[in-house]
Write a protein that binds this ligand. Structure first.
Ligand SMILES: NC(=O)c1ccc[n+]([C@@H]2O[C@H](COP(=O)([O-])OP(=O)(O)OC[C@H]3O[C@@H](n4cnc5c(N)ncnc54)[C@H](OP(=O)(O)O)[C@@H]3O)[C@@H](O)[C@H]2O)c1
Length: 233
């Protein structure tokens, strides 16, 4: 059975990825800051692991604990908008003149350095697998081409930066047969997406899984959406 490692498995899309991959017969490594609170997710096919992207030692410890374990899909799902909630205020957050720089740095630690640290720590596990995929969930708000609303400086810039690292990774790891790419999961009803989102997590995750299933080397390093269409950078 193939193996997927999911970060941010405690709630939202991450939790749904764990549910769907496990139901499809995959071996799932479900990572979260507080795995003790997620006992209901554990099963014969799903192991819970502690991982905090703000604590690099937990990343190294997990990579070492799983040495020689092939990981078919490294799914960098965990992410944050910081202290200003899109769910409550929509795009009217992180406006010009209101920057909270400590919050912004925190966001970069989680959304950009987090996926990078994960990829560097787990590249051998992925290279040893059959499917060899590294995906980071970014966001359409990281697209320059579609930014018509302005604002949202911290989150937008973190997701644009995450797109940039996935692009470089797709080039650097191609020779090892690894397919690296960013995917926008759609606007989905989670704590981050809020109640007005048009998609439910079940459909958003099913869409992302379909996109991942269809990845080929030619599709690496491009900006995919959950419905299989390509988004301009
Ligand atoms: N929902 C949307 O509409 C939407 C749209 C575009 C992109 N995305 C992206 O999709 C991904 C999942 O979003 P979501 O809607 O499921 O968000 P969510 O409901 O807010 O869940 C975020 C997850 O990330 C985890 N996380 C936060 N900081 C972490 C850290 N330092 N270390 C490890 N895990 C951490 C959270 O864990 P805790 O429970 O411990 O806080 C939680 O499991 C994110 O990358 C997000 O940016 C979402």
């Amino acid at each position: 059975m193939p193996t997927v490692l999911v970060t941010g498995a405690s709630r939202g899309l991450g939790r749904e990825f764990v549910r769907q991959y496990a139901a499809a017969g995959w071996q799932v490594i479900a990572c979260a800051r507080n795995p003790d609170t997620m006992g209901d997710l554990a099963s014969d096919s799903t192991v819970l692991q502690k991982l905090d992207l703000l604590d690099p030692a937990t990343i190294t410890a997990l990579a070492n604990a799983l040495v020689d374990r092939p990981i078919d899909i490294l799914l960098n799902n965990a992410g944050t908008m910081g202290s200003q909630s899109f769910a409550k205020h929509g795009l009217n957050v992180q406006r010009f003149g209101q920057s909270d720089y400590a919050d912004w740095e925190h966001l970069f630690q989680v959304n950009v350095l987090g996926p990078m640290r994960m990829a560097e720590a787990f590249v051998e596990h992925v290279a040893a697998s059959k499917r060899k995929v590294i995906v980071t969930l970014t966001s359409m708000v990281g697209s320059m081409a579609t930014n018509a609303a302005g604002g949202l400086y911290a989150y937008r810039s973190s997701k644009a930066a995450a797109n940039a690292i996935m692009k470089s990774m797709s080039i650097d790891l191609a020779a090892r047969g690894i397919i690296a790419t960013p995917i926008h999961p759609g606007w989905a009803k989670t704590e981050m997406g809020g109640p007005n989102a048009p998609l439910n997590p079940v459909d958003a995750v099913a869409g992302v899984r379909r996109v991942i299933d269809g990845l080929t080397p030619e599709k690496a390093g491009r900006f995919w959406q959950f419905d299989g269409t390509e988004m301009p950078w």
